[in-house]
Structures are given as C-alpha cells and as structure tokens.
Design a binder for this molecule. Structure first.
Ligand code: UFG
Length: 346
C-alpha cells in the first residue's frame, strides 16, 4: 500500500511543488490548506501535471478543535510535511502577535494531533534566517543559531526548539527541519509557481512583475556592501530541487535512517549571486532591460548568505541540480503564463 502523507500548505509555492514530487514518487498526498495565501485552482494544475489530484481539506490548523478533527479523519497518514505558515518578514514586524499565533499555534496543534494519532514523523519548513548574520561562510548546520531579525524568523527558530524538545520527550517521534536559502523558479510546465499576494517582498517576483509591467521599477536595496559589486549575495535555489529534497527527507524518516531523532539540513546550492548578477541574468533570459535603481539598504538584510551543502548531500543523498539560468527562465515563463491566464479568468 502507498504511504499517505499530509502536506500542510500544499497549495502554496513550495508546498505545491513538493506535492507534485511526492505524487511522482508514488506517495498518496492529502493537502491541508486554509487558502489564506494560496488558490484552490493550484490543485487542478497539480492534477494536470501528475495525472492525480491530491485529497484536499480546507482547514485552519491554528484552531485546535479543527486541527484535532481533521487529523482524526486522516490518522492513517505516516508523516506530515508542514509548510503552512505566514512568511512576510515586513508584515511580521508590524503584526508580531498575528505571526506568533498563526505559526506557533498551528505547529503545536499539529504536533499534539500527531502524538494523539501516532503519526510520528514531521518535516518542517525552516529558513536560513535562523542563522541571523553568520560569522562563517559557507553556512554549515553547526553554525550558531542566532536571534533572527524579524518575528517571522523567530517563529522558525522557536518552532525548531519545540521540535527538538518534543523528539526528546516522545521517543518514537522524529523530525527534520529543512532550512531553505532563497527559493525561486517554477515548475517546467509553467502551470504552478509563486503567487505573491499584493506587492512582492522577494526579489524574483518583484523583477518578473516589473518586467511584465505590473510594477514600475525595481529598487535594489544597497550597493555599498562588501561584495564584488556592492549588492547583497544570496544562495538562490530552484523550487523543484527544493521539492525533491523534501521527498529525500521523507524517505529518510520513513526508512528510519536518521542518526538522531531531530535533524537539520540546509537546502541551498552552495553558490551565492549578487542582486546585480540576478538582474543581468534576467535581462539575458528575457532579452530586455529592466528598470531599476539603487536605493538605501533594507533594514534587517545581511550582506552575504550561502549554504554549505555537504550534509544534505551525504545524509539525504540530495543535491541541487538546476542552475541560475533555469531558475530565472522558469520564473519568467511562469509570470508570463500566469498573466495570460489571469486575462482569461484562470
Ligand atoms: N532585494 C532588492 N529589491 C527587492 C527585493 C529584494 O534589492 O525589491 C534584494 C534584498 O536586499 C536581498 C536579495 O534581493 O539582498 C534577496 O531578497 P529577498 O527578499 O528575495 O530574500 P531574503 O534573502 O531577504 O529573504 C529570504 C526569504 C525569507 C528568509 C530569508 C532567510 O524571503 O523568508 O531569505 O535568509 F527569512
């Protein structure tokens, strides 16, 4: 029989790509999503890509009774992959309680429901933000975890601490936190990708929305960092590679290959690019000039982040395969197909 996996936030950006990978690998997927930052039509697109629609439950997991009930209904699942969370850094500074409530209540409710129903494996969406401004590059998993710059980032740090504590008290419980660097790109079909609500905070959707004429001008936040061209360096990773890492982590959990019941892996390519390098690559891919200007640094941004990838390679047997050109090409293809389908009313 196929293993059943619950994917919270499975209609979202990274969630939907992971659902595709899971279905392709033969898993039976149930998506829990409240659609607060995603659209239900993504499920149809997943079906178009894989030939199979995941079971869908529209639920707000921050509500304890709702969470309890839905887990009872699906108590034959073997694992949870937990993506569902608020993720806008700036908004979290304005509304910290909303972030702590949503991101931590839902995690605690899910973990309680897992323990009750003996669903003893979880993969958690964490972030490189838990490293704060790192002292050492590339960042290994044993780099110090620091106070993140935003309440959003802190929800990731606290969530990881909750998972560690739980795996100590519940002896059969296993957890893996995956610390994402900068996910970009979209599925090669052009059918699923990032759907930012409102004005995007992240670089790639901002660039593609400028290029397609929704936004006027990209602001490059600072060109006075100590980097080769003065703009900040990030480790961009293709969302399809990221999705595959979740399948690798899930296989590790289900085959009980873990060395300790709580493990952490960086997910990046190990290669850093500056903001100007990203702009140049986009201009090449889209064959156009991008309207941008250099402005002040953005508060909370660190100069340089890129991952050490060895641990994921050794333990998960996973490595990012897709390069920057493919990441940017697929982001641009997605933006163009999305806008064409918006005109047709989806
Ligand atoms: N940038 C711009 N202009 C923009 C947007 C971004 O110049 O309009 C720059 C940023 O200053 C940064 C780079 O592009 O140097 C990447 O910025 P993003 O906002 O795309 O990504 P961040 O690295 O700031 O944040 C990402 C995730 C967070 C996570 C963090 C962890 O979005 O969720 O990585 O490092 F917390």
């Amino acid at each position: 029989m196929k293993n059943k996996v619950i994917v919270t936030g499975g209609c979202g950006y990274i969630g939907s790509h992971t659902v595709v990978s899971l279905i392709e690998e033969g898993y039976e997927v149930v998506v829990f999503d409240d659609l607060s930052n995603s659209k239900e039509f993504i499920l149809n697109k997943i079906e178009e890509i894989t030939g199979k629609a995941p079971v869908f439950e529209k639920v707000n997991l921050a509500k304890e009774s709702v969470c309890k009930e839905i887990f009872q209904k699906h108590n034959d699942a073997k694992a949870v992959i937990h993506f569902a969370a608020y993720k806008a850094v700036g908004e979290s500074v304005q509304k910290p309680l909303m972030y702590y409530k949503n991101n931590l209540f839902s995690l605690i409710n899910i973990l309680n429901a897992q323990v009750e129903n003996k669903i003893e494996n979880i993969i958690f969406s964490s972030s490189a933000t838990v490293y704060g401004e790192p002292d050492l590059l590339p960042i290994t998993e044993s780099n110090e975890v620091k106070q993140p710059f935003s309440p959003y980032g802190n929800t990731k740090k606290v969530a990881e601490e909750i998972l560690l504590d739980l795996t100590k008290s519940e002896h059969n419980f296993s957890a893996i936190s995956l610390r994402y660097f900068n996910p970009i790109g979209a599925h090669s079909s052009g059918l699923i990708g990032e759907l930012p609500s409102g004005i995007p905070n992240n670089l790639l959707p901002y660039i593609t929305q400028c290029a397609i004429g929704i936004l006027e001008q990209l602001k490059v936040f600072g060109d006075d960092y100590d980097t080769k061209d003065g703009t900040a360096i990030r480790d961009y990773i293709h969302v399809v590679d990221l999705a595959k890492a979740h399948v690798a982590a899930l296989n590790r959990l289900l085959k009980k290959e873990q060395e300790t019941s709580y493990e952490v892996f960086n997910l990046g390519t190990g290669k850093g690019y500056t903001v100007l390098e990203i702009i140049r690559e986009f201009e090449k891919v889209a064959n156009m000039k991008l309207n941008y200007k250099i402005v002040e640094r953005r508060e909370g941004d660190v100069p340089e982040l890129y991952a050490a990838t060895k641990l994921a390679e050794e333990k998960l047997g996973w490595k990012a395969l897709l390069g920057l050109n493919e990441m940017i090409r697929s982001s641009w293809q997605w933006e163009q197909q999305l806008r064409a389908s918006v005109k047709e009313g989806y």
